[in-house]
Design a binder for this molecule. Structure first.
Ligand SMILES: Cc1cc2nc3c(=O)[nH]c(=O)nc-3n(C[C@H](O)[C@H](O)[C@H](O)COP(=O)(O)OP(=O)(O)OC[C@H]3O[C@@H](n4cnc5c(N)ncnc54)[C@H](O)[C@@H]3O)c2cc1C
Length: 397
């Protein structure tokens, strides 16, 4: 069996590849590192703006929102080209992947003008305020509250894990607006500018390095935000949250698939010419990683085909689980096999990989640690297993 796209789709791919090659900033212009997922050095802002103006930033959007009304398959091709080349379209990924689509789906025309367009153009950056100390997997348990007082909401509470919040201009914040309603029904979503009085952002280091400052705790102490910053109807935040995460999940697998492919190439290069290359046990395991990489791709294409036919692909959770865990297992084994080479820890000191979102990950150890983002963020592996059990296998709760 040979899987191919039709000639028209391949021509779309070629047009995008040609455009990329002609328009990507040269490596020498991109050496300043983004310090967080909401920090855009000038070159990253310019790169995002270039794509926006050409209709290549979010091809599925209409031109006024950085697109060209591309079909689902064309959007997929665009994502596939970027993922396989490890080129990031935006260095504020939560904004492009989750926050902007939420504003475009649920926002008013004013909110689209005020927030979505400047974020798309790279003029503003955004963070996502969902998780709290006691509300992660169980997001509906969130307790940060907002009370309407005249023309303003008054916010009190705390968020955590808010990636890039200390560098962001605005936080899409999920709050409880009706404490008496059932927990899924009393949540709303508010755009909170980070310079609002009463908003405190405290970045903290990650397990990768104390200097890897992306996570934040965010505190709201009587922070007053105009009522017009409510996104979607009052108490309809659960719908916004589900829509937001749906955007995040749809083509996430492409990045895991590309990471696994890269692993297969780089591991082969790392052991080539060493004694390990003749170790049958290792070669056998390496073969199984290469098969996993292929299986991820086939499963991904299957979800794409189902989505195109208007079906809801239940494979989505299997795909997220399998691709993120395959990456993790592969990196864990690589560290064991490569010994000191695998532990060479160059975080934040190694060369920056051109236009690569995780460009500062330079050792197998870094790569392994970073795989936990895949098995936790966007729904942990345990939660994915629950979903597979209930929705795919039809097991009782
Ligand atoms: C790299 C990264 C970036 C992130 N960025 C953001 C961000 O920008 N904004 C934001 O709001 N959040 C962000 N998060 C937070 C992320 O959404 C949460 O970590 C995630 O939802 C899990 O929540 P938790 O950490 O509170 O863990 P918990 O929900 O407390 O879970 C702890 C453990 O219990 C397990 N568990 C929980 N419930 C069940 C269950 N019902 N059945 C079986 N096992 C269960 C979990 O799988 C996990 O192993 C980020 C996380 C990471 C790793």
């Amino acid at each position: 069996m040979k899987l191919t796209f039709d000639a028209e789709t391949e021509s779309f791919r070629q047009t995008f590849v040609d455009w990329l090659e002609a328009n990507m900033p040269p490596e020498a212009a991109t050496t300043e590192r983004p310090s967080s997922t909401a920090d855009l050095p000038q070159w990253a802002r310019d790169w995002q703006r270039t794509q926006f103006d050409a209709g290549w930033l979010v091809p599925g959007n209409p031109p006024e929102y950085g697109g060209q009304n591309a079909t689902l398959i064309q959007q997929f091709i665009h994502n596939e080209v970027l993922a396989t080349r490890h080129v990031a379209d935006s260095f504020n990924p939560q904004a492009l992947g989750i926050i902007v689509p939420s504003i475009l789906t649920f926002g008013t025309e004013e909110q689209k003008e005020r927030w979505a367009i400047p974020i798309l153009r790279g003029e503003l950056t955004a963070a996502l305020g969902m998780s709290e100390p006691n509300a992660g997997s169980d997001l509906a348990g969130l307790r940060t509250k907002a009370v309407l007082d005249g023309e303003e909401f008054v916010l009190n509470g705390q968020k955590v894990w808010t990636s890039g919040a200390h560098d962001a201009d605005v936080i899409l914040t999920f709050v409880r607006t009706d404490p008496d309603a059932p927990k899924h029904k009393g949540i709303s979503c508010i755009l909170v500018p980070t310079d609002t009085e009463g908003v405190t952002r405290r970045p903290f280091g990650s397990y990768i390095s104390p200097e890897d400052l992306d996570f934040n705790e965010v505190f709201f102490d009587d922070a007053r935000v105009p009522a017009e910053n409510l996104l979607g109807p009052l108490n309809a935040g659960w719908k916004v949250a589900n829509g937001s995460l749906g955007h995040e999940r749809a083509m996430l697998w492409l990045n895991y698939s590309a990471a696994l492919d890269r692993f297969v190439d780089e591991f082969r290069n790392a052991v080539a010419g060493t004694d390990a290359a003749d170790d049958d046990r290792l070669v056998d395991w390496y073969g199984s990683v290469a098969i996993d990489a292929q299986a991820v791709k086939l499963l991904g294409y299957r979800t794409l085909a189902k989505t195109r036919r208007g079906m809801i692909p239940t494979e989505q959770s299997i795909l997220k689980l399998f691709s993120s865990e395959s990456n993790q297992d592969a990196h864990a084994r690589a560290i064991e096999e490569l010994g000191a080479l695998g532990l060479d820890h160059e975080t934040l000191s190694g060369p920056f990989r051109h236009l690569h979102l995780d460009g500062y990950m330079n050792s197998w150890f870094d790569g392994y640690l970073r795989t936990f983002a895949g098995t936790i963020a966007g729904g942990t592996s345990e939660i994915q297993r629950n979903i597979v059990a209930e929705r795919v296998l039809g097991m009782p709760r």
